[in-house]
Ligand binder design. Structure first.
Ligand code: AMP
Length: 223
């Protein structure tokens, strides 16, 4: 059966640097679904100064997790907003085993069973290369994220009078800490889902298109 006849319900896990948002952007073109990045949505709520935004602003600023009860209730409203002919791709949820349990219950009630869980794998050295080389080009117009070894991109930035800035959390020692936090957070979740038989571990090295193709093959091969 083709996934286009049945909107997929996916969860995407991956360490910093694995290219989760890039993959989400590519995969929504492949299958009819809404990408929900919980971190991105919460930041939008904060920027729009909504009631939810005001509730979570300090939590995000301090790098802590939004309390499960609030996060689960919020996710439910986002899922309920998805039209029936579309599926979803969750990025950033679940973050705890309690959230995973609540999600199972919610999806049963909404009659939206999970199709696949995608776990992107990247070696520590590749993550350090990607994130450690990441720079933001600030100048006139939109900011651009580039890699310091991409000479054309660096030249393009400097030619337009741009400034290359490294995010403080992209420094190598911070990257290694972010990776270990990710592992600690994600391992119990993968264990939780392992028995469902729908976990796919995908190599996140190579170009975005190569990675997307690996995901598509794994998910469609399973249907
Ligand atoms: P992210 O962009 O995924 O790193 O998320 C940014 C921030 O949003 C996190 O540090 C948390 O404060 C909050 N957040 C995102 N997803 C969740 C979640 N599933 N549970 C609790 N907090 C979350």
């Amino acid at each position: 059966m083709q996934l286009k006849d049945r909107p997929p319900h996916l969860i995407l896990f991956g360490p910093p640097g694995a290219g989760k948002s890039t993959q989400a952007a590519l995969l929504v073109n492949r299958w009819p679904m809404v990408a929900i990045s919980t971190g991105k949505r919460l930041r939008e709520e904060i920027a729009a100064n909504t009631e939810l935004g005001r509730q979570v602003r300090d939590v995000l600023a301090n790098g802590r997790l939004v309390p499960d009860e609030l996060m689960i209730a919020t996710l439910r409203t986002w899922l309920e907003d998805i039209p029936p002919d579309k599926g979803f791709l969750l990025d950033g949820f679940p973050r705890t085993v309690d959230q995973a349990r609540a999600l199972n219950k919610m999806l049963e009630e909404l009659k939206r069973p999970l199709t696949a869980i995608i776990k992107l794998n990247l070696t520590v050295s590749e993550a350090v290369y990607r994130l450690g080389g990441r720079r933001i080009c600030y100048g006139d117009g939109a900011e651009e994220i580039i890699h310091i070894n991409d000479e054309d991109a660096v030249k393009r930035c400097l030619d337009r009078g741009g400034l290359l800035v490294q995010r403080p959390d992209d420094l190598p020692n911070v990257i290694v800490r972010r990776l270990s936090v990710y592992e600690e957070e994600t391992e119990p979740l993968i264990e939780f889902y392992r028995s469902s038989g729908i976990v796919h571990t995908i190599d996140a090295s190579g170009s975005p298109e190569e990675v997307a193709n690996r995901i598509i093959e794994a998910v469609e091969g399973d249907q």
